[in-house]
Design a protein around this ligand. Structure first.
Ligand code: NCD
Length: 304
């Protein structure tokens, strides 16, 4: 991988994805071992999150620290952003403090792309609006790869608020490149028009989508991104689209269940299913650290 930034999965090649996944496998050994290396010695990593986050921000921090980098975080609510400073001035300020990698999350699609143009630091997109969440898709692909022999022909059912999900978009780009068959299912009001153009099969019936799937991936309902009128009732959603043990029985016998988190338990996924032996949800969190270690390593080595 020879690029300054990681902005999305859309423009990555299959080879680049495999390089990240192979590196992440190596990084997981450090993570499961002494949790310390000097790979990023002398490098500085800064996160700046304009939207809430638990696992993504913390896993970038852990990844940076496990590899021996300096780490800083901008608290947006108490930063000069709250005084009206522009995105570009903010990013220039962080670069001038010698940041090597800057990791933004923003509610506007394209914000990291804009930032990348105005800084020599490497930008890793930690989620931009409804557009992309590349590190999530990479950790999801890592998790699938650990459980399944190959992506080729794998049936992956992504279920829920497809319209507002950057996780769905990044996974569709990635999984299609790797040769998987991707199905998307959800209420018609939460299905983006022309989603089939991304090469997926659309379902409005969750059972049909889950039938014979190798991977079932739930999504959070993105209430913060929805305009009114898209979502009549939580109870109805649970009844028609909620993932539960009975529905999981329709998938392949060795199917796995995934969810990027945070879960609205008993709405998108029942607790029973989320805690079942086929659930890979907690493993996804661990793999998130490994994938972010891998990306920091790859981007920083290129900077050297
Ligand atoms: C996702 C996100 O922020 O897009 N969360 C995450 O990073 N694990 C999914 C979500 O918030 O629904």
């Amino acid at each position: 991988m020879d690029r300054k930034d990681l902005l999305g999965i859309k423009d990555l090649s299959k080879e680049e994805i495999l390089e990240v996944l192979d590196t992440a496998k190596e990084m997981k050994k450090i993570l499961n071992g002494e949790k310390y290396s000097q790979i990023l010695k002398g490098k500085t990593v800064v996160t700046i999150f304009f939207e809430p986050s638990t696992r993504t921000r913390l896993s970038f921090e852990m990844a940076a620290k496990y590899l021996g980098a300096h780490y800083g975080n901008i608290e947006v609510a108490t930063s000069s952003v709250a005084k009206g400073e522009s995105l570009i001035d903010t990013i220039r300020t962080v670069e001038m403090m010698k940041a090597d990698v800057i990791i933004p999350r923003h509610n506007m699609s394209g914000a990291p792309h804009l930032m990348a143009k105005y800084t020599d630091a490497s930008i890793i997109n930690a989620g931009d609006g409804i557009n992309e969440h590349p590190t999530q898709a990479l950790l999801d692909m890592m998790t699938i790869r650990e459980k399944k022999e190959s992506f080729e022909g794998l049936k992956v059912a992504i279920i829920g608020d497809i319209m507002h999900s950057r996780v769905a978009r990044s996974n569709i780009w990635g999984l299609k490149k790797m040769g998987a068959e991707v199905r998307v299912a959800g209420p018609s009001t939460l299905m983006p028009p022309q989603i089939e153009k991304m090469g997926v099969k659309t379902y409005y019936n969750v059972e049909e989508a889950i039938k014979d799937a190798d991977v079932v991936m739930g999504l959070r309902i993105q209430l913060e991104r929805q305009k009114s009128g898209l979502f009549p009732s939580i109870d109805e959603y649970r009844e028609y689209f909620g993932i539960n043990k009975e529905r999981m029985k329709l998938a392949k016998a060795d199917a796995i269940l995934m969810h990027p988190g945070p879960i609205n338990r008993n709405i998108e996924v029942t607790s029973e299913a989320a805690n079942a032996e086929y659930s890979a949800i907690e493993e996804q969190v661990t793999n998130g650290v490994a994938v972010r270690m891998a990306l920091l390593k790859i981007l920083c080595e290129r900077r050297n």
